[in-house]
Design a protein around this ligand. Structure first.
Ligand code: 9MR
Length: 464
């Protein structure tokens, strides 16, 4: 009954979504079309969006997002391709109540409003966790009774604020250790294991329409940790505690999709709960190359196929859809490229892995691409140093030209490792005599100094 409510809500917004999706794809085609590719070319703008492929199979395909980025190409793709949004950080306790009794809902509100405007569900993340809590909470010393009241009030406040607007809440996040014992946290240590049942009960009271989940990582295959989660869910159901689903985060390593993924999803489904793959990413050792990207495609396809095969696997969410919005590189030095789109918003083979597992076709198959990424390396009151890095994967270049248009009056004063010319706002940089070649799996960078005033937004670059 619960899931039919959410799916009819998403159905009613479907037709207005289509018009917006078409417009968004036209907007993003400028970026996609700027890629140079080997072989038969790049993504075709007419490929069916993931959200539509998922909907046709009864699955919601989602992404984690950063609220402040929901404009331009990032916003176009987030709106056009995905059927649900999860705030990556904006709904965590430390984000919403940085000082006790002082709330900041701005980014969370923005994401919820964006989702509603685009006919998307919101997965709320997360009400009870051991991490990203405010300092006043973790630094305080509380009696068990005080801690319980704090938690109950927090759940009531946050889930209550968004009542009726959240499809599913990750009520409790990451309660287990790898061996299946309970993780020692503020909550477990202070309140015992029943903090989980209490949190679910309070969440149900605050928002009766939301599906309530427990979410964890390294629980994708059958192992000690996922079995502990399984036993917990079974006992909660036996006790009549409200629990509607389990979230399998799926922060995976290239080539290591657990063989028992589908079997594990199925055993939770057989308990009578929904399953969501809530935070999918698949990291690799950098730099990426065509072989790694092909393996990543196979891995994304296997994960999506495992979800597609089980009716109660209702949602598959990627933890950031672009490599420019992923937690991986800063957390695992030397690892990255974990998401389905590269940092320039070009769909990677991984994107087609998801799409193909949902019955989509790739027209024509992507064989690789070269991309250019513009960054501001340092900035002072009147000037800045910029860098552009060209990288090729599954393709190569023997010469190149990168162009962009400044939106805020920036002017290039000096460049190195490229011949740059600026006319009005338009900049064009060609390779120097010695660095026109960019091999498959390789990269070339050039730099420049420029002036700015008022603002220094990063322009979209075209490689052509
Ligand atoms: O993506 C989130 C990142 O921006 C934060 O710095 C990080 C802090 O722990 O949390 C990331 O999201 C986590 C999610 O909330 C829970 N599962 C693991 C995710 C990756 O760390």
């Amino acid at each position: 009954m619960r899931s039919s409510r959410s799916s009819s809500a998403s159905r009613s917004s479907r037709s207005s979504f289509r018009a917006r999706a078409a417009a968004a794809l036209i907007a993003s085609a400028a970026v996609i079309g700027s890629l140079l590719t080997a072989g038969s070319g790049v993504a075709h703008a007419a490929d069916t969006p993931l959200r539509d492929l998922g909907a046709a199979r009864g699955k919601v395909i989602g992404t984690a997002v950063t609220g402040s980025r929901l404009t331009g190409t990032y916003g176009d793709l987030a709106g056009a391709q995905f059927g649900s949004l999860t705030p990556g950080n904006a709904m965590k306790w430390g984000s919403v109540e940085p000082s006790r009794g002082t709330f900041d809902w701005a980014e969370a509100d923005r994401i919820v409003a964006f989702a509603e405007a685009h006919g998307q569900q919101v997965r709320g993340h997360t009400l009870v966790w051991h991490s990203q809590n405010p300092g006043w909470l973790t630094g305080g010393s509380w009696t068990p009774a005080e801690l319980r009241t704090l938690l109950r009030d927090h759940i009531g406040t946050e889930a209550g604020r968004y009542k009726g607007r959240i499809a599913a809440w990750d009520v409790v996040n990451e309660p287990f250790n790898e061996d299946g014992t309970y993780r020692s946290t503020l909550w477990y240590d202070g309140l015992g294991a029943d903090y989980i049942a209490d949190a679910l009960t309070w969440a149900r009271a605050a928002d009766p329409a939301a599906e309530l989940y427990i979410n964890d990582y390294n629980v994708e295959g059958v192992n000690a940790k996922s079995t502990a989660l399984y036993n917990l869910v079974r006992s909660l159901k036996e006790r009549g505690v409200p629990i509607d689903g389990v979230g399998l985060q799926a922060h995976l390593i290239l080539g290591q999709v657990p063989a028992t993924f589908q079997q594990n999803i199925q055993r939770f489904a057989d308990l009578g709960v929904d399953v969501a793959i809530t935070e999918l990413d698949i990291r690799m050792t950098l730099p990426s190359d065509s072989a790694k990207l092909a393996q990543q495609k196979a891995d994304y396809k296997a994960v999506t196929a495992a979800c597609a095969a089980v009716a109660r696997c209702v949602n598959l969410t990627v933890w950031g859809f672009t490599d420019s919005d992923s937690w991986v590189e800063s957390t695992f030095p030397g690892q990255g490229a974990a998401t389905p789109y590269d940092a320039n918003y070009a769909p990677k083979p991984a994107y087609y892995g998801i799409s193909e597992a949902l019955g989509g076709t790739t027209t024509p198959p992507p064989t690789g691409a070269c991309t250019a990424v513009y960054t501001v390396q340092s900035q002072w009151n009147t000037g800045f140093t910029g860098n552009v890095t060209l990288s090729c994967s599954g393709a190569s270049l023997s010469s190149w030209r990168v162009t962009w248009t400044y939106g805020a009056g920036q002017r290039i004063t000096q460049s190195w490792n490229a011949d740059c010319a600026q006319s009005g706002a338009a900049v064009s940089c060609r390779n120097a005599a010695y660095n026109g070649g960019v091999p498959d799996g390789g990269s070339v960078s050039f730099g420049f100094n420029a002036s700015w005033s008022g603002g220094n937004p990063v322009p979209e670059v075209t490689l052509g």
